[in-house]
Design a protein around this ligand. Structure first.
Ligand code: GCU
Length: 414
């Protein structure tokens, strides 16, 4: 276990199915007043807003409504990217009222081999080690922003070195994505808020809602990262080269938590993918397996709203669980992915949570996971809601992307 990154599988937590304390899950189709939801209109008018409010006030904090003024600047365009198969654009989003606030720097790849006039759908996701980490293409601007010091990632004194190019390229199989006719837009999450306790001081929260006068439902870093993905989509709506109506928000781990919250709040995202998002993401909190609410609030006190801490050590007190966050994405396609080596995220809890959205998708006439048991590795299950567990560690692999692309193909009927 690495105390700096928070990665790994800490000892002293429950990883034993036989030692699970019993738990009961709330029914997503029963309102706070105890009424059963039987129509999509009741879901959309009563229950969905109720749940959105619960997640905002109890878990992620309230997203500020004020919009920041923006200016988009296309910094660089290369029409011969990825061996001539793609156009690569680098766009900076400047927050014009706040010239000292770091820009949000978007790296966008658009496939050239498109059939007919169809604009490509676009994957929208944050990255961990800045845009230069997703590919060794020398034209990508080397970020000068604060990065976590990690020798293996070629970061020295919290700054990237030239050697940091492509350090996370295995997580972003750009050639594969582009060859299948998809665009992909990514940005460094630290442009929005660096991932440490003081990170807010140089991030969006410093101007939009500083935590100095902290309320129980003040948003924190996960909320900011989710907000940032919606701002990426704002830009993509203005970029004529992609189909922003088929934007798929995607995130891994802590960014998977943010992707789910982004997808729940912003229905412009046509589909949502959460890879190994774990506690505070796709997995069930009341199922005490692997990471706990108390542990996540202790290690990462700047991720969730202060109110979330009141559930430390008592997940049974939550009036909802994370399957209801997933249900907020209905009827849009949702993919939940786990890894066998990532017991910390509770793979089975992620599966059960995805499965528990079935009644909500059924209201819309959609088939989700279905009633089957937790599948073995490399056997994805489900239709509009899909799930897989792969072999290997906590990471994003080519296998994961292959499934995500297949899923997008099916749901977008390509
Ligand atoms: C830690 C944290 C998890 C998180 C993960 C990650 O392990 O406890 O909740 O998902 O880091 O972001 O990789």
């Amino acid at each position: 276990f690495n105390a700096v990154t928070g990665y790994g599988q800490p000892a002293g937590f429950n990883y034993d199915e036989a030692k699970l304390p019993p738990y009961t899950l709330p029914d997503p189709l029963v309102t706070s007043a105890g009424k059963r939801v039987t129509t999509t209109s009741q879901w959309e008018k009563i229950r969905r807003p109720e749940l959105l409010k619960l997640f905002a006030t109890q878990v992620y904090g309230k997203t500020p409504e004020r919009r920041l003024k923006t200016r988009y600047e296309v910094i660089l365009v290369d029409s011969m990217a990825l061996g001539g198969t793609a156009i690569r654009k680098q766009i900076s989003v400047f927050w014009t009222e706040y010239p000292n606030l770091p820009s949000l720097d978007i790296l966008l790849y658009v496939p050239k081999n498109r059939s007919g006039a169809e604009k490509p759908p676009v994957f929208v996701g944050l990255n961990y080690m800045a845009n230069h980490s997703v590919s060794t293409e020398p034209g990508i601007v080397l970020s000068t922003r604060w990065l976590p010091n990690r020798e293996d990632k070629k970061v020295v004194n919290n700054r990237a070195t030239e050697a940091a190019r492509g350090v996370q390229q295995s997580r972003w199989p750009l050639e594969l994505i582009v060859s299948k006719g998809y665009s992909v837009a990514t940005a460094y999450y630290g442009d929005l808020e660096p991932d440490h306790a003081e990170g807010w001081k140089t991030g969006i929260r410093s101007v939009l809602d500083p935590p100095t006068n902290q309320k129980s439902d003040s948003w924190q870093a996960i909320g900011v990262w989710a907000w940032g993905m919606s701002r990426m989509l704002d830009y993509l709506e203005t970029d004529g080269s992609v189909d922003a109506k088929r934007a798929i928000v995607i995130g891994h781990s802590r960014q998977g938590k943010a992707a789910l919250w982004a997808g729940a709040q912003d229905s412009r995202f046509a589909a949502v993918i959460a890879n190994e998002s774990g506690e505070g993401g796709a997995t069930l909190s009341k199922r005490v397996f692997g990471e706990t609410i108390e542990r996540i609030n202790t290690t990462f006190p700047y991720w969730f709203c202060p109110q979330y801490r009141t559930y430390n050590g008592k997940p049974e007190a939550l009036p909802f669980d994370q399957h209801e966050l997933l249900a907020l994405i209905a009827p849009r396609p949702l993919y939940v992915a786990s890894a066998q080596g990532d017991q910390w995220a509770d793979p089975k809890g992620e599966f059960l949570s995805a499965q528990k959205t079935d009644p909500v998708y059924q209201l819309y006439g959609k088939k989700g996971i279905g009633p089957g048991a937790w599948p073995p590795i490399h056997q994805p299950v489900g239709e509009t809601v899909r799930y897989h567990i792969r072999a290997g560690e906590h990471d994003v692999k080519r296998y994961d992307w292959e499934q995500f692309i297949d899923f997008a193909d099916k749901n977008f009927k390509r």
